[in-house]
Write a protein that binds this ligand. Structure first.
Ligand SMILES: C[S@@+](CC[C@H](N)C(=O)[O-])C[C@H]1O[C@@H](n2cnc3c(N)ncnc32)[C@H](O)[C@@H]1O
Length: 250
């Protein structure tokens, strides 16, 4: 596992907290994605018996909600065993067993073995696949000809004062990687605020429990909450969150 990039995907740069993440995040099902938009984009494609791959699927919230409303099958990959265990339980609760396979795996390995997907879902929340261009290039081999990618990513609101890749640079890199950008859907700020508020309060409660149990680690848990709050502020004030549908050029 690339520890630094894994940490970024869950808002921490302290690998000592990794083993506590399943506990801290136990009350959340969605870990930062927007399943409703993904479903809306997939529905528009009008595909039947779709085959979907979700890279970094967390606890399966996207794949499960999409396949409840769409014919087909899916594979979900995440590196955290506890997340995959919960995804498997939810699959049974939602009567989707037999249609979704959840696996504990490093998505970098998955990209070397999987093939023939209609749609790949990926939240670009770390640099594990490199630049946007490199990321889209590494998604190509798992797609069918004319297959689709739905990525969730961020653009800086104020392009001049950020080192982040801008919307126009993103669009250029997608093209250069051999994809056509079909649609961008910006997330509603009310949705983002509600998601941030709910997640932060749930994580704070669990961090307090851990601080009481392990007082010597209190600062580590407090720092994690601080980084959560900072990320929420950035998402609400400095960034656009966006889901982007792209199609592989044949
Ligand atoms: C921000 S969460 C998003 C989870 C999910 N897509 C959702 O919306 O609920 C990012 C996920 O990527 C997973 N992840 C990070 N690095 C990974 C890797 N190298 N291979 C597989 N999963 C990884 C994390 O464990 C985490 O569940």
């Amino acid at each position: 596992m690339n520890k630094e990039e894994f940490g970024k995907s869950l808002t921490t740069n302290d690998d000592k907290i990794f083993r506590y993440l399943p506990y801290l995040l136990q009350d959340l099902w969605e870990l930062g994605g927007h399943p409703n938009i993904q479903l809306e984009l997939i529905k528009k494609l009008g595909l039947t018996d779709i085959k979907i791959l979700d890279l970094g699927c967390g606890k399966g919230s996207s794949l499960i909600q999409i396949l409840k409303n769409q014919t087909g099958q899916g594979v979900g990959i995440d590196i955290v065993e506890e997340f995959i265990e919960e995804a498997k339980i939810k699959t049974v609760e939602w009567n989707l067993d037999g249609r979704i396979e959840f696996r504990v795996e490093d998505l970098v390995q998955t990209l070397k073995i999987e093939k023939n997907y209609d749609v790949v879902l990926y939240g670009i929340d770390s640099d594990i696949l490199g630049t946007y261009k490199e990321c889209f290039e590494s998604l190509r081999p798992v797609l069918k000809n004319d297959g689709y990618v739905i990525v969730e990513t961020i653009y800086p609101k104020h392009e001049g004062d950020s080192s982040l890749t801008t919307q126009s640079e993103f669009q250029r890199e997608v093209q250069e990687a051999g994809f056509t950008l079909l649609e961008e859907k910006f997330w509603d700020i009310k949705y983002i605020k509600a998601m941030n508020e709910e997640s932060t309060s749930k994580i704070e409660k669990r961090a307090q429990e851990l601080s009481s149990k392990y007082p010597q680690e209190e600062k580590m848990f407090a720092d994690y909450i601080t980084s959560q709050i900072e990320e929420c502020n950035e998402l609400e004030n400095d960034l656009y969150c966006v889901s982007v549908l792209c199609q592989l050029k044949s």
